[in-house]
Design a protein around this ligand. Structure first.
Ligand code: NAP
Length: 297
C-alpha cells in the first residue's frame, strides 16, 4: 500500500482469529472497539484508569479481562491506545518497558500530526489511526457494538513504519467493515480541520454571536423560536468542550488555515449582502446545495 497518497480500500477482509489485543482507555471509542474485535474472535485485554470501568467492560462482554495496570498487556500482539489525546504519548512511554519488540501499537486519536512522529520514535511498530465514528456522549456507558461499520477509519503510517505493522493493523481495522483510508498525518489533519474541527469552531461562534445581540427581549424570543435549523447548526459547537479544545490545541495550524479561509468566505457573503447582490447570494447557495452532497455521499 502506498503511503503519501490518500488511498481508499473498501472490501472487508478476514483476519486470523484469536490475536491477543490490548485496549488502553475503555471509554466510548476504546470499549466499542474492544467489543467489535472480541466479537470477531480475538482475545481482548483492557486497561483503564478506574477499576469500575474495567469491571463494567468485563461485565458487558467488551473484553475478556481488564486491569488498571499497563503491565497486564505484556503478552499482547497489538495494542490500541484509546485514551484522550493528551495521554497517548505518555501511555506509550509507560508501556515500552513491558512490551516485546514485535508488539504493534496503534491509536485512536482525532489528530495525527502531533502524535504519529513522536509515537514512532518511542515505538518503531507504531501505526497512527483514527476511527471516525462517535457521538456526543463519552465514557464506557456510551460504548456500543457495530459503531465503526460503514464509517471511515483512517491509518496514517510514516514512510519508515514497518510494512508488517501497517498490514496487521489494516487487516484488523478492515474487518470492522468500515470505509478504510490511508493518508499522511498532515493530509489527515488538514482534511479533518475542514470537515470536523472548523465546523466545531464555526458552530460555537454562531452560538456566541446569538448571545451578543443588544436586546435581551429579542434574545429570549430567539431562544423560544429556535428549532431544527438552530439545532442542526449548533450541535457540534454545543458539544464536549474538552474535545473542542483538543482540536484547537493539537491541530492548531490546519485549523487556523481553515478558519482563515472561512473568514474570507464570510467577508464575501457580507459584501454581497451589503451591496444588495442577491444574484450572487443565490448563486452561492445554489452552488453549495450541489457541493454539499460530495461531502455526505
Ligand atoms: P472517552 O469516552 O472519554 O474515553 C476515554 C477513556 O479513557 C476514559 O473513559 C477513561 O476511562 C480512560 N482514560 C483516561 N485517561 C486514561 C489513562 N491515562 N490511562 C488509561 N485510561 C484512561 O473518550 P473517547 O471519546 O472514547 O476518545 C478516546 C480517543 O478517541 C481520543 O483520543 C479521541 O481523540 C479519539 N476519538 C474520539 C471520537 C469521539 O467522537 N468521541 C471519535 C474518534 C476518535 P476511566 O477513567 O473511566 O477508566
Amino acid at each position: 500500500l502506498a503511503v503519501g497518497i490518500v488511498t481508499k480500500l473498501n472490501t472487508p477482509i478476514v483476519v486470523e482469529l484469536n490475536m491477543k489485543i490490548g485496549i488502553v482507555g475503555l471509554g466510548l471509542i476504546g470499549a466499542s472497539l474492544a467489543g467489535d474485535l472480541r466479537q470477531l474472535g480475538h482475545d481482548l485485554s483492557g486497561v483503564s484508569r478506574q477499576i469500575e470501568t474495567c469491571e463494567t467492560a468485563v461485565s458487558r462482554g467488551m473484553v475478556d479481562r481488564a486491569s488498571t495496570e499497563l503491565g497486564s498487556l505484556q503478552d499482547t500482539e497489538v495494542i490500541f491506545i484509546c485514551t484522550p489525546i493528551a495521554s497517548i504519548l505518555s501511555t506509550i512511554e509507560q508501556l515500552v518497558p513491558h512490551l516485546a519488540p514485535t508488539t504493534i501499537i496503534t491509536d485512536a486519536g482525532s489528530v495525527k500530526g502531533a502524535i504519529a512522529s513522536p509515537a514512532s520514535q518511542l515505538w518503531r511498530n507504531f501505526v497512527g489511526g483514527h476511527p471516525m465514528a462517535g457521538k456526543a456522549e463519552s465514557g464506557i456507558s456510551a460504548a456500543e457494538l457495530g459503531m465503526f461499520a460503514g464509517n471511515p477509519y483512517i491509518l496514517t503510517p510514516l514512510p519508515d513504519t514497518p510494512s508488517h505493522a501497517i498490514e496487521v493493523v489494516t487487516k484488523l481495522v478492515r474487518a470492522l467493515d468500515c470505509r478504510f483510508y490511508l493518508a499522511t498525518p498532515e493530509q489527515h489533519d488538514r482534511a479533518v480541520a475542514w470537515i470536523s474541527h472548523l465546523p466545531v469552531m464555526v458552530s460555537t461562534s454562531l452560538i456566541s454571536a446569538c448571545l451578543h445581540g443588544d436586546d435581551m427581549e429579542v434574545l429570549t424570543l430567539a431562544q423560544n423560536l429556535a428549532s431544527s435549523g438552530f439545532k442542526d447548526t449548533s450541535r457540534v459547537g454545543g458539544g464536549n468542550p474538552e474535545l473542542g479544545r483538543m482540536m484547537a490545541e493539537y491541530n492548531r495550524d490546519a485549523l487556523l488555515r481553515s478558519l482563515r479561509q472561512y473568514q474570507v468566505e464570510l467577508e464575501g457573503t457580507i459584501d454581497a449582502i451589503e451591496s444588495h447582490n442577491w444574484e450572487q447570494i443565490q448563486g452561492l447557495l445554489a452552488q453549495n446545495q450541489i457541493a454539499r452532497n460530495k461531502f455526505l455521499n
